[in-house]
Ligand binder design. Structure first.
Ligand code: PEP
Length: 247
């Protein structure tokens, strides 16, 4: 059984004052009935991890470098994320694929680095509107899945997030039929590659304009094990309502 997970991606948002949202979440969810993860900007990762302490909310980074250390100005390695208290690393978010030219090969190497350092890699994939309109969604998702996920992935070290690029931050979400089609397809491909036991244990998140008002409908889909949430993860009240819909 795949773990249920509500994951928040704060993107380039948040300063010291934003940690009050974590205090509110810890107070409201001392023992959540599903996995809860927040990925703040790198500047807040250590502070947030310390603030949570022994609480049951995990933290993670929004990216990691494929190398453990070296001359890579501005980058952060998986070992450093772990050292700062993080347990997860998002890799291959569409904003990184677009803004930083990250290919499936690069995402695969980053996922390997994350897993090698003992983190859980959250591999993101999803089609653009042009690709969906051209009927290429499953081909694209299939090749991103094959190319971005390293061998040796398991339900313990990998989470996959399907995030249609056109649904991120736009308020638009796919129809439930479209979500079902892609999530069933991803599950089948993972089972084909890793076998039934591992393939079924990998959490599949949906991401793209998840809000308190649509979370329950999305979570009712069989192969949706949770969500990767951007904007609605910034406020404890909104993210809390999404956790409530999942747990
Ligand atoms: C994201 O960027 O991962 C995301 C899903 O953003 P939003 O929820 O704001 O659409």
């Amino acid at each position: 059984m795949a773990q249920k997970l509500a994951a928040g991606n704060w993107k380039m948002n948040g300063t010291e004052a934003s940690l009050a949202e974590i205090d509110a979440m810890l107070a409201a969810y001392p023992d959540p009935g599903c996995g809860v993860l927040i990925c703040p900007p790198a500047t807040l990762l250590e502070r947030m991890s310390r603030r949570i302490g022994r609480g049951k909310i995990a933290t993670g980074a929004q990216d990691c470098h494929m190398n453990a250390n070296g001359a890579h100005t501005g980058d952060i390695s998986a070992e450093m994320i772990k050292d700062a208290g993080g347990a997860y690393a998002i890799v291959g978010h569409s904003e990184r694929r677009t803004d930083h030219g990250e290919t499936n090969e690069i995402v695969n190497a980053k996922a390997q680095a994350a897993i090698g350092a003992g983190l859980v890699a959250v591999v993101c994939l999803g089609e653009t509107l042009e690709q969906r309109d051209a009927g290429e969604t499953l081909d694209l998702v299939g090749s991103q899945l094959a190319g971005s996920i390293p061998d040796g992935a398991t339900g313990e070290n990998l989470v996959v997030a399907y995030e249609p690029v056109w649904a991120i931050g736009t308020g638009r979400i796919p129809t439930m039929e479209q979500i079902i089609e892609v999530h069933d397809f991803m599950r089948a491909r993972l089972v084909e590659r890793f076998g039934a036991e591992i393939g079924k244990s990998i959490s599949l998140l949906y991401g793209g304009s998840v809000k308190p008002s649509n979370a329950a409908e999305i979570f009712a889909v069989e192969n949706v094990d949770g969500a990767l949430v951007g904007g609605a993860s910034l406020k404890a009240a909104d993210f809390g309502a999404i956790i409530d819909a999942l747990q």
